[in-house]
Design a protein. Structure first.
Length: 256
């Protein structure tokens, strides 16, 4: 059996391929893993370029993605969904309609014998103080209440405008910045110092698939990459944790 983890689908915008094409690839990946050996899925944030839930309205689209998640959970396979910086305003829609388990903070757990820490990664580690202040603003209940007062047509258009509307011209991240430049690596070092039992610190957000051994020589920092360019995911078994590329299932670590 295996557990599969992926992040940063950014459904809703075009990149190297359209959002619909990317959704089809994600659905094919989910289906293949589920029918092969999946014990659980962990989808680690920024599944959507933007997401907001009004009292009676959710954004249109993504029906194939939602349908596949529902098929998987209906079959008894757990699906865990983490909020990211682009979809931090997820409410209870996916829990109630699809049966996923939502996580809004990093999760410390034991998976297939591995001691793991899993989170999207935004706002963690040193630096980026401007974003951390902005995140606190967006997490405030009054900010969410104010946004909900906007008509959905206006709100969604505004959100996509602020996010850049399209990532078609955005190149893939290719440079590993080393121990001093990778904030999530620094955060992982801090966590293993406080929790020596940790084996794997698994995050998204960085948009670069990374497999880096930490300073204790045993634990690893793993970044899941993204599906805008890399189509990468983590396959976790009792024997190993390996970042692979879909659809060829080859090792796809570009940093670390």
């Amino acid at each position: 059996m295996a557990i599969y983890l992926a992040s940063d689908f950014h459904l809703g915008v075009s990149a190297a391929v359209s959002s619909r094409e990317r959704e089809d690839r994600i659905v094919a990946w989910l289906d293949d893993c589920w029918r092969t050996d999946a014990e659980a899925f962990y989808l680690v944030g920024d599944l959507f370029e933007f997401w907001f839930e009004w009292a009676e309205v959710v954004p249109r689209g993504y029906v194939r993605f939602f349908g596949k998640l529902a098929e998987i959970t209906d079959a008894g396979v757990p699906v865990h969904v983490f909020t990211g910086n682009h979809d931090m305003w997820m409410g209870d829609y996916l829990e109630q309609e699809i049966g996923v388990t939502m996580h809004r903070q990093p999760l410390r757990s034991t998976l297939l014998g591995h001691e793991v820490l899993i989170g999207h990664g935004d706002g963690l580690g040193p630096g980026d103080q401007g974003y951390k202040r902005l995140k606190k603003l967006f997490e405030a209940r009054w900010a969410r209440w104010c946004f909900a007062r906007l008509h959905p047509n206006v709100a969604v258009r505004l959100a996509f405008f602020l996010s850049g509307k399209s990532r078609a011209g955005q190149p893939a991240e290719e440079t590993f910045l080393g121990p001093d430049g990778e904030w999530l690596l620094a955060y992982s070092e801090r966590k293993i110092a406080a929790d020596p039992e940790l084996d794997l610190c698994i995050f998204g957000h960085r948009h670069l698939p990374i497999d880096a051994t930490l300073s204790n020589g045993r634990a690893r920092y793993l970044n899941l990459g993204e599906w805008l360019n890399y189509q990468t995911y983590l396959r976790l078994t009792r024997e190993e944790a390996k970042i692979l590329s879909w659809p060829d299932k080859t090792k796809a670590t570009t940093g670390g």
